[in-house]
Design a protein around this ligand. Structure first.
Ligand code: FAD
Ligand code: SF4
Length: 467
């Protein structure tokens, strides 16, 4: 039987409603919708979709179990390689990964909505959550006894590494600098794309497995890496992310009302500034907001500003829409929410009023040139094309680099020019017993690549600790 050409659509909040709240936009598949979508799968023997998944989730097998309505088995299959299915089902760029490899594309049909099925199962598992108990396989735990591993950072890299190591029988403690666990999943990606209660529940699965968590411990300040070894940890995994925002270095970036996306989103997501004064952290609620950048962070900032009540949110991006690194479905949603796009445009300076508050962004038109080191076409200013946008808030979302604190406080830890830790493909750094992975090694990337790095490092740590 030929599969339906079109995938089952996902219901979502209408744009005019959702810009007035922070609730999740896509509403998820029902059981019936999941089953209809799952029955479109051809169960290909050579599993091309799996090759597109950075952590190699066994996609056809979990879809098969879903079709049989054996939801627990389906979740267990996913969790063999992906401990955060509710998260990855929501934020992974499946259209460039597993779904891009789905054989249905070649047949002129929509690929299987693998992410939506994963999200359905992850949510089902949390709704029917049993305490996770894991008896480590004795073969894999030889040498694990009495060995302790410290994980720095509770983002997807750290959490995955912790989960893999606890399953191998090690005692694992995660040290997190913030008061909340989850890394960018909690302080960066907004509630309307990834509800924080879901991240907390996913983390509770790791707590059930026995992972210890210590919040408000900034490694490099509260304790150093060296202190961790002195405290009896036998190995350390650094998954501290890339949390230091970049600025363009143009005039006026110091003005009041100019934020880094990092600060803006942290205030809103982590510190709940959208509920001020119920929560104590304020945030500026601009009426005319300019967001600089073209990635997920820029779109999240723009859509957040809209929800805070802005009349106009302009997204200024130096390349064209084709080059935007943001997820396509989020670009579509941003357009539905009336975010106004200025493509092929770059700011050159910001002008302030007499009190030092930003009032104008001076921008210049850009044109595309040859591909640059990133593979995308470079962009160049068109001389004499400057124009001005009246604004009362600017959010700069042009990328992040790692915070230098660990580099500065860890003698012998080799880093690259922009501060990323030097590590091989298994996370091995220049220091014995110290491993690293995720954004702190690659620079800002994705949740799933960070998870893949955490997983590979866990294997390498296991090998290291067995001598
Ligand atoms: P992080 O998630 O950054 O976690 C690092 C953790 O370490 C943090 O909790 C931090 O507080 C802690 N830490 C740092 N230094 C220390 C220290 N010295 N001591 C103790 N703790 C420390 N990816 C996608 O796949 N899809 C998306 O849709 C997507 N959208 C995004 C939207 C935004 C706004 C942002 C900012 C990123 C987005 N990303 C997205 C990227 C993705 O979230 C990151 O690539 C991923 O979270 C990196 O994981 P990580 O574990 O390496 O680091
Ligand atoms: Fe199913 Fe597509 Fe994977 Fe084939 S490639 S098994 S159709 S998801």
């Amino acid at each position: 039987m030929k599969p339906e050409k079109k995938s089952v659509p996902m219901r979502q909040q209408p744009a005019d409603e959702r810009i007035r709240n922070f609730d999740e936009v896509p509403l998820g598949y029902s059981e019936e919708e999941s089953l209809s979508e799952a029955f479109r799968c051809l169960q290909c023997v050579n599993k091309p979709c799996v090759n597109g998944c950075p952590v190699r989730v066994n996609i056809p097998d979990f879809i098969k179990a879903l079709r049989e309505k054996n939801f627990q088995k389906a979740v267990d299959i996913i969790r063999e390689t992906d401990m955060l299915p509710c998260v990855t089902g929501r934020v992974c760029p499946q259209e460039e990964q597993c779904q891009a490899f789905c054989v249905l594309n070649k047949m002129g049909a929509d690929p299987i909505s693998i992410g939506r099925l994963e999200r359905f199962l992850g949510d089902w598992a949390l709704a029917h959550k049993k305490k996770q108990e894991y008896t480590a396989d004795p073969d894999t735990t030889i040498g694990a006894k009495n060995k302790k591993v410290a994980v720095v950072g509770s983002g997807p890299a750290g959490l995955t590494c912790a989960a893999e190591l606890i399953k191998k029988g090690y005692a694992v403690t995660v040290f997190e600098g913030f008061h909340k666990l989850g890394g960018v999943m909690v302080y960066g990606i907004p509630e309307f794309r990834l509800p924080k209660a879901i991240v907390a529940k996913e983390i509770s699965v790791l707590k059930d497995l026995g992972v210890q968590f210590m919040t408000n411990v900034l490694i490099g300040r509260t304790l150093t890496i060296e202190d961790l070894f002195k405290k009896g940890f036998n190995a350390v995994f650094i998954g501290a992310g890339a949390g230091l925002p970049n600025f363009m270095g143009i005039p006026g970036e110091h003005l009041n009302g100019v934020y880094s996306a990092n600060e803006f989103l942290t205030r809103v997501n982590l510190m709940k500034a959208y509920k001020f004064p119920e929560y104590h952290t304020p945030v500026k609620r601009g009426e005319r907001v300019v967001v600089i950048g073209g990635g997920n962070v820029a779109l999240d900032s723009a859509r957040t500003a809209k929800r805070l009540g802005a009349n106009h949110v302009y997204l200024v991006y130096r390349r064209s829409e084709q080059e935007m690194p943001a997820r396509e479905e989020e670009i579509i949603r941003a357009k539905e929410e009336e975010i106004e796009f200025y493509f092929l445009t770059n700011p050159v300076k910001y002008i302030g009023d007499e009190k030092g508050f930003v009032k104008q962004a001076v921008c210049i038109k850009m044109q595309l040139g040859e591909p640059d080191a990133s593979g995308r076409r470079s962009s160049h200013p068109v001389q004499g094309s400057e124009f001005t946008i009246d604004v009362d808030e600017v959010i700069v979302a042009i990328g992040n680099t790692p915070n230098p604190i660990l580099r500065i406080t860890t003698p012998g830890l080799k880093t690259k020019k922009r501060g990323e830790i030097e590590a091989d493909e298994n996370g091995k750094t220049s220091l014995p017993g110290v491993f690293a992975g995720g954004d702190i090694v690659t620079g800002a990337a994705t949740v799933i690549t960070a998870m893949g790095a955490g997983k590979r490092a866990a294997t390498a740590i296991d090998e290291y600790l067995r001598g």
